[in-house]
Design a protein around this ligand. Structure first.
Ligand code: F6P
Length: 528
């Protein structure tokens, strides 16, 4: 079937996307409703016949069974021999198993964590000075940072009353300085989040934070410390009280962990109503993903299109453009989700693979239009774009949201339709330009168009909607990984740099660098 898909792609590469709408059935086939959310895949460079063939290919590859294997708790993370069960975190009423063993203990931990979070939110858990906590310093990096940070930015009500959240991920010291600027250590709760509790950046920042805290409240700082980890024994060694350590299971991958106790700071700051709606949105998307036929299954359809774009049409990147300032961290979050999951070089059978996940990047619209949209519209390197559009602007200034919507739709249409040389010349003629100027300038004003894009419309920027959106992306990542036959749940590619960083840290102290390559040795000399 791969040959058939390759032949189809040869034709698809030169075809006009707009022509595909002539069937009259395209919107029915490629637009899917999820509650009040709407997923429009119709501006993809994929015909209805190609979709049928891709669906057949997915069935040939037993995608349905492989998805079931995740929900059943099989060890689908083969290189680490782990189940992958972030879906369990959003559905506490189901009986879960991981590798055949009971996996329901997390429900108790999450309940205990949630009760604690609620007390921080309402001020009944107090700081050492007897006052409610006014700030939470969330320390963590990668999956222990990006999810909570992105969701906080997206969902914190403008008139919020709960403690404010500050994040510190980078070991580069200005991040810490910025994170604690203007907050009072006497009423700050420090939440150290690390799945492994070995990550050097997090432990370094945690040590800095404790110095900062102890300088204000003395060395007995236990009332101000919380740890979140799947290695609670390691957290205990830092003197954190046992009942302030909230665990999560090894079957929760870092980049899939915002639903676990890793997201606890969110609940402390935003309250349990928002936290629950966030999980509920994801749970609804899980149910849709698990039970819906492939042709109407949103993450499956999204995954088939992504796989087609990158493997057959040769597009190597994808841009995420949320038209909402409060979703500005979404591209960064999805970068980790997608690239750490699917940026692999070896398939599940240890064969090298030519193409895996794309480069993911992006920024918020409309700002991005004034930055890199030039490249999206005219560069010969085509980047499929994913627009996230929020119908209800949700503030008292919502009137300007219509202009936001207009911009998103305009970009989506312009990317697909483009503007031909004839149209450009005609417009220039009408504007009274000379023939000479038209000849010189017109080619530069042509938009070749035919650039695929998808539009995801959310009714509002609510916790339920964000939960569903992230779950959509998680499942699409799985689908694409299954199509590429890769393990989307390990991340061995981050290890080498970590090891060398520790060696170079010593080199910088000692000024010795025999093991290094000439360029790096020279740079060590310059920097030490
Ligand atoms: O270095 C990558 C990584 O392992 C990510 O996968 C993870 O989300 C991040 O580091 C943080 O790890 P931890 O939660 O164990 O501190």
């Amino acid at each position: 079937m791969k040959n058939e898909l390759e032949q189809m792609a040869t034709i698809a590469k030169t075809r006009k996307i707009e022509e595909l709408f002539k069937t009259g059935t395209r919107l029915d086939k490629l637009c899917l409703q999820f509650g009040e959310c709407f997923f429009d895949f119709s501006k993809s460079q994929m015909s209805e016949d190609e979709l049928v063939t891709l669906i057949a290919y997915a069935k040939e590859k037993n995608l349905g069974d492989k998805i079931k294997a995740m929900f059943s708790g099989d060890a689908i993370n083969t290189t680490e021999n782990r189940a992958v069960l972030h879906v369990a975190l959003r559905n506490h009423s189901r009986n879960w198993h991981a590798k055949g063993e009971d996996a329901n203990e997390y429900k108790e931990v999450m309940k205990r964590a949630s009760e604690f979070a609620q007390k921080v939110f309402d001020g009944s858990v107090k700081a050492k000075n007897g006052k409610p906590f006014s700030a939470i310093l969330h320390i963590g990096i990668g999956g222990s940072d990006l999810g909570p940070r992105m969701v906080y930015e997206a969902l914190r009500p403008i008139d919020a009353t709960g403690p404010i959240l500050r994040f510190c991920a980078n070991v580069e010291p200005t991040e810490f300085a910025q994170a604690v600027a203007g907050i009072d250590p006497e009423t700050t709760l420090i939440v150290c989040v690390s799945k492994t509790f070995t990550t050097i950046e997090t432990l370094t920042n945690f040590a800095l934070a404790r110095d900062w805290l102890q300088a204000a409240i003395g060395t007995d700082d236990k009332e101000h410390l919380v740890a979140i980890s799947s290695a609670p024994d390691k957290a205990m060694k830092y003197g954190i009280k046992e009942d302030r350590i909230f665990g999560f299971d090894e079957w929760v991958g870092g980049r899939y962990s915002v639903w676990s106790t890793v997201g606890l700071s969110l609940e402390m700051s935003l309250g349990s109503e928002i936290a629950k709606a966030f999980l509920d949105g994801a749970k609804a998307m899980d149910e849709h993903f698990e039970t819906t036929d492939i042709g109407q299954n949103i993450p499956l359809l999204g995954g088939l299109i992504g796989y087609w774009n990158h493997t057959y049409l040769g597009y190597t990147t994808r841009a995420i453009i949320p038209y909402a300032a409060r979703l500005k961290l979404l591209p960064q979050f999805l970068q980790q989700l997608d690239m750490e999951s699917n940026g692999k070089g070896i398939d599940k059978n240890n064969n090298p693979i030519a193409i895996s996940g794309p480069v993911v990047w992006g920024a918020e619209g409309t700002n991005a239009q004034h930055a890199f949209f030039q490249h999206l519209h005219q560069s010969p390197q085509i980047t499929p774009v994913e627009f996230i559009i929020i119908k209800d602007g949700g503030t008292k200034y919502a009137a300007s949201n219509q202009l936001t919507l207009a911009n998103a739709l305009a970009q989506s249409e312009a990317l697909m339709r483009g503007k031909s040389l004839e149209m450009v010349k005609e417009d220039m003629r009408k504007a009274g330009k000379s023939d000479e100027e038209i000849e010189k300038i017109a080619p530069h004003r042509v938009f070749t168009g035919n650039r695929p894009n998808i539009c995801v419309v959310l009714p509002k920027l609510g916790a339920y909607e964000i939960g569903a959106l992230i779950a959509f992306y998680e499942h699409r990542t799985l689908v694409e990984g299954l199509l590429w036959d890769i393990n989307s749940f390990d991340q061995w590619g981050v290890e080498l740099g970590k090891v060398i960083a520790l060696e170079i840290n010593e080199d910088l102290t000692n000024g010795a660098c025999e093991k290094r390559d000439p360029s790096t040795a020279n740079l060590i000399k310059i920097l030490s």
